[in-house]
Design a protein around this ligand. Structure first.
Ligand code: AMP
Length: 289
């Protein structure tokens, strides 16, 4: 697997592919790849002639007291995963390659980034939008692949692409879970055995919400309250947020009709985990998207 560290090396490779008329898919990641990332890469490989995986722990999307330094990294292992999944190369720059010391241009978004994760992580989406915007300019892909695991990020990127007229198709991919329901995440490696067991409360609570909606409960406040009570029954869990929102606008809904996103961030010990489901509730039929 080719691991490219500089923009200067990457651009001619992509130009050569383009000259041959090949399509390019991009899968942006922060590395320490798992089956969730792999599913994105496999899909990208099926839909494009060439696939670039970016593997970059982006410092600008971490807050000052967050886990930038301890975030897990293993480029050799990531290279093996990319090879298996059908990627053509990994773009793995150093922070100095991506950001000038005096960089002062950032991509900011209003409303969509104010709630949910944006509330606790006020600078996070500025970092995400800026780095994704840069990657879009560097790689200029036809399609870019993002996981539904980060539902707000997916909505934010879709909006950025629309608002800034990127000629890139954003492909959303379903959440890959462990057998017991825990959403796969690089941060799951922080969990000890007791925390790993406790972390199941996220998925279980989402399933409780789905069950309530399936049984005819449409009042978002009631569903949210039941979910929060359920999470509170787990002693190692501390709620950051539970929200029921429109999946495109991230605005709160009062009644669950049509598509609704139930999203949460919960600390298990010191580890902040996120999870979500999209419920489609129409004509008295309730299903997961
Ligand atoms: P990350 O490396 O955590 O920044 O994630 C890179 C991409 O992989 C993002 O688009 C994530 O939404 C996606 N992703 C992470 N975990 C999962 C998962 N369990 N299932 C599907 N996609 C995922």
């Amino acid at each position: 697997m080719k691991v490219i560290k500089t923009i200067e090396e990457l651009r001619p490779i992509i130009k050569a592919w383009r000259k041959e008329g090949q399509s390019v898919g991009l899968v942006p990641t922060m590395g320490y790849l798992h089956e969730g990332h792999k599913s994105l890469i496999v899909k990208a490989a099926a839909e494009n002639d060439r696939v670039v995986v970016s593997d970059f722990v982006n410092p600008t999307q971490f807050g000052v007291n967050e886990d930038l330094a301890s975030y897990p990294r293993d480029i050799a292992r990531d290279a093996r995963v990319c090879e298996e999944a059908g990627a053509d190369l990994i773009f793995h720059p150093e922070p100095e390659e991506m950001y000038f010391r005096d960089s002062c241009t950032f991509v900011n978004m209003g409303k969509l980034t104010e709630g949910l994760c944006g509330k606790t992580r006020p600078t996070h989406f500025q970092g995400v939008c800026t780095v994704v915007c840069k990657l879009f300019h560097i790689v200029a892909p036809d399609k870019a692949y993002f996981g539904q695991k980060d539902a707000q990020q997916l909505a934010v990127i879709r909006r950025m692409v629309r608002d800034l007229n990127f000629d890139i198709e954003i492909v959303g991919c379903p959440i890959v879970r462990e057998e017991d329901g825990l959403a796969m995440s690089s941060r799951n490696t922080y969990l000890d055995d007791a925390e790993r067991a406790a972390a199941l409360i996220l998925h279980k609570s989402l399933m409780l919400g789905k069950e309530m909606i399936g049984q005819g409960e449409h009042d978002a406040a009631k569903i949210k309250e039941a979910i929060m009570q359920n999470i509170k029954s787990e002693p190692l869990a501390r709620i950051d947020y539970v929200e029921i929102v429109n999946p495109d606008t991230m605005e709160n809904v009062d009644t669950v009709e049509g598509a609704a996103l139930i999203a949460m961030a919960v600390y298990i010990g010191k580890t902040r985990l996120i999870d979500n489901i999209v419920i489609v509730n129409d004509k008295n039929k309730c299903r997961l998207l």
